[in-house]
Design a protein around this ligand. Structure first.
Ligand code: GLV
Length: 331
């Protein structure tokens, strides 16, 4: 029997490859850098499936170049790099990797928050530069985390996992989302719903955990930043374009807010001019799910998604179930 042909667009853990080898003819771009677009468009031509990551745009142009494509499995929970509507129209299944990275991502957002508040990275730079001469009561003062107010923008799995960490630090927790949770759930998590403006003006730390779509692009822009306390910090480990990065640089430069910690960037991997010069910002290269354990789990889930999608089984994490519903209704 002829095996379906798949493309894997980046190096992935062996555990994931082992799931794919038996059933597929694999074309693997086994590199640590993104596949050049032209090569991607050429390689996708005869493939039934692709296991991609978030640096590859799965758009109309790619779908047109891939007439045989039946499934796209992304090695990520976010799928803003995929034109899901276009995939659905063409009957292409899209799968992702939710759940397995929730706690790991919340750990990292928490690490960013702590690092920014307590100037961990600045302290490290200071030590390495040989600048530490003597203990000083007024040196490098940061901000307490315990007992403060945390505002969580986007209260899905990761936002809620961050809330669980914050409750261990006796924080007051506000959240904003398009949907309000049932009061019993709010009570159980210990979080209170707030309108965005209220959350912005009352929080000492604001952490973004929303998905990126038209409604959240630049959600945190000049106006939002102007509503924040001058002592507040902004943390973004969700998607870069949710924050207007140039407005953030301005706010940080002017001392409009006290600090920020970013794991994602508006034009990733580039940073807005001036951002890397600021000492009151902690920067990371999109590491939020980057633990050995989680990346292996994500790889397994992404591989299984492709196996299921191409063998006629209902993938556990299907982004566009309409494709299968339509097919079973014979539409
Ligand atoms: C990472 O950003 C992801 O969406 O999994």
């Amino acid at each position: 029997m002829v095996k379906p042909r798949i493309l894997i667009t980046r190096r992935i853990p062996e555990e994931a490859l082992a799931l794919l080898r038996p059933g597929f003819e694999i074309d693997h771009y086994d590199k640590p850098t993104p596949i050049p677009r032209k090569l991607l468009l050429a390689k996708i031509k005869d493939k039934q499936g692709v296991l991609c990551i978030l640096t590859e745009k799965i758009d109309q142009e790619l779908l047109e170049a891939a007439p045989a494509l039946r499934a796209v499995s992304t090695y990520s929970v976010g799928f803003d790099h995929i034109d899901v509507k276009a995939c659905t129209e063409r009957g292409v299944l899209v799968t992702n990797t939710p759940g397995v990275l929730t706690e790991t991502s919340a750990d990292f957002a928490w690490a960013l928050l702590m690092a920014a508040a307590r100037r961990v990275v600045e302290g490290d730079r200071f030590m390495r530069a040989g600048k530490y001469k003597a203990w000083d009561p007024m040196m490098m003062l940061g901000t307490d985390v315990h007992g403060k107010t945390l505002g969580i923008v986007g209260f899905g799995r990761i936002g809620q996992a961050l809330a669980r960490r914050a409750s261990g630090f006796s924080m007051r927790i506000l959240y904003h989302d398009t949907q309000r949770m049932f009061p019993e759930v709010e009570k159980q998590i210990g979080a209170q719903y707030a309108e965005l403006d209220t959350l912005l003006s009352q929080s000492d730390f604001i952490s973004v955990h929303a998905v990126l779509d038209a409604s959240t692009r630049h959600l945190i822009g000049e106006k939002a930043l102007s509503l924040m306390k001058s002592s507040a910090y902004l943390i973004n480990a969700a998607r870069g374009p949710i924050v207007d990065e140039r407005a953030l640089v301005k706010a940080l430069k002017k001392g409009r807010i006290r600090g920020a910690a970013l794991d994602v960037f508006e034009h990733e991997p580039k940073m807005a001019p001036g951002l890397s010069k600021l000492s009151n910002v902690v920067l990371a290269p999109h590491l939020s799910s980057a633990s050995f354990e989680t990346r292996i789990k994500m790889g397994g889930m992404a591989a299984q998604g492709l196996v299921d999608a191409l063998s006629g089984r209902h993938p556990a994490h299907l982004v566009n179930p309409e494709v299968l519903e339509r097919a079973s209704a014979g539409v």
